[in-house]
Design a protein around this ligand. Structure first.
Ligand code: NAD
Length: 336
């Protein structure tokens, strides 16, 4: 199988590419290597892929529609997995425009290129943040979610809608993933698992938002990419009649389009997450309690029933084991 991955030098793209290459697939990656966080981390991830004979890579921005269309057409992928994006809830208050160009225009360019190349399955990364101000938990894909509270989430919800129209108009089978706080080795320096590990190891104080009364569904990256792998083989099919859609399935009544949660299915309190890092580092955290940040939500929690029904997937890694592996990687990579 030939798989095209946008954002291949990113945290999730790197892990996904490794998994697919290990299975004998041919993978082409692209990434604009943006400087939202340390580019040398992206280069080091890439170095871990480049030696593989079935991997090739091109560096350019999604906004270069002509280059993107040519790159995808030349590669002739069976599936395109679109992970490149301007991520991060907090940064979307500082630099909102970058979210419009990377996430809206960039995703549109991917959709056009995928249609033109007759790709069999397009898979797009969305986020649990699209559930916004919803309070009923765990979050289900069939819940109404129209109350995004950050521009990041709003751009991701927009890409879900854009891709639905494309799937309907051009019969392009499309799966949107809603990822729930992904963490693990080679993780993102802007996210709490990395930031807290760094600060606790250095003896620095950590900022604990929402006075520590927040919850997250933390998804270990190895579990997450395994779920993506299973979904590649599960393209949605347009139902013959709306009544054929099973209860709890987000499948569109008019298109080969579906949205699927990928989470751990567990709600972890922020204090328990910090305790897992303390256990892994052997150090006590110095905490500075603060208000919740603008654009953030107090809790996320995935209902994984649809993913399980479609693929048989079950997560294998809880927060204690996952953070221990994350801290091990951090210490080795940064030699601390
Ligand atoms: N990590 C998480 O917890 C999480 C949660 C929900 C959703 N997501 C989504 O999953 C996807 C992957 O996330 P990640 O954690 O690997 O992030 P990441 O930032 O590590 O990877 C994204 C990659 O996209 C590239 N990129 C950004 N804008 C680009 C552009 N305009 N053109 C070309 N390349 C560009 C960046 O250089 C980066 O390497 C993103 O779409 C993100 O929004 C991630």
């Amino acid at each position: 199988m030939r798989v095209y991955i946008s954002g291949a030098a990113g945290f999730i793209g790197y892990h996904l590419a490794r998994l697919l290459l290990d299975e004998g697939m041919t993978v082409r990656g692209m990434d604009g290597m943006t400087d939202y966080y340390d580019v040398s981390l992206k280069r080091d991830r890439l170095a871990g892929l480049m030696h593989h004979p079935n991997f090739s890579f091109a560096e350019f921005m999604l906004e270069d529609a002509t280059r993107l269309a040519r790159d995808i057409a030349d590669f002739r992928p069976d599936a395109v997995i679109h992970l490149a994006a301007q991520a991060g809830v907090r940064y979307s208050l500082e630099a909102p425009r970058s979210y419009l160009s990377s996430n809206i225009e960039g995703t549109f360019n991917i959709m056009e290129a995928a249609r033109d190349a007759n790709v069999g399955h397009l898979l797009l990364a969305s986020t649990s943040s699209v559930f916004g101000a919803n309070t009923e938990m765990p979050y289900r894909e069939t819940d109404k979610c129209d109350t995004q509270v950050s521009l990041y989430a709003a751009t991701k919800k927009a890409t879900e809608s854009l891709s639905h129209s494309w799937a309907h108009l051009w019969n392009l089978p499309t799966t949107c993933f809603r990822f729930f706080t992904v963490y693990g080795p080679w993780g993102r320096p802007d996210m709490a698992p990395f930031k807290f590990t760094k600060a606790i190891l250095a003896g620095d104080t950590i900022d604990v938002y929402g006075h520590g009364k927040m919850f997250r569904d933390f998804t270990y990256v190895t579990d997450l990419v395994r779920a993506i792998r299973l979904l590649i083989d599960t393209p949605p099919m347009r139902p013959a009649r709306p009544e054929d859609i099973a209860e709890g399935d987000s499948l569109s009544p008019v298109a080969a389009w579906r949205v699927v949660n990928i989470g751990n299915g567990e709600k972890v309190a922020l204090e328990d997450f910090i305790a897992a890092i303390e256990a892994a580092t052997g150090k006590k955290a110095k905490k500075h309690y603060m208000e919740m940040q603008k654009g953030d939500v107090p809790a996320t929690w995935a209902d994984n029933a649809l993913l399980r029904r479609l693929t048989g997937y079950r997560p294998e890694t809880g927060i204690t084991k996952g953070m221990a592996a994350t801290v091990d990687w951090y210490r080795e990579y940064y030699r601390v």
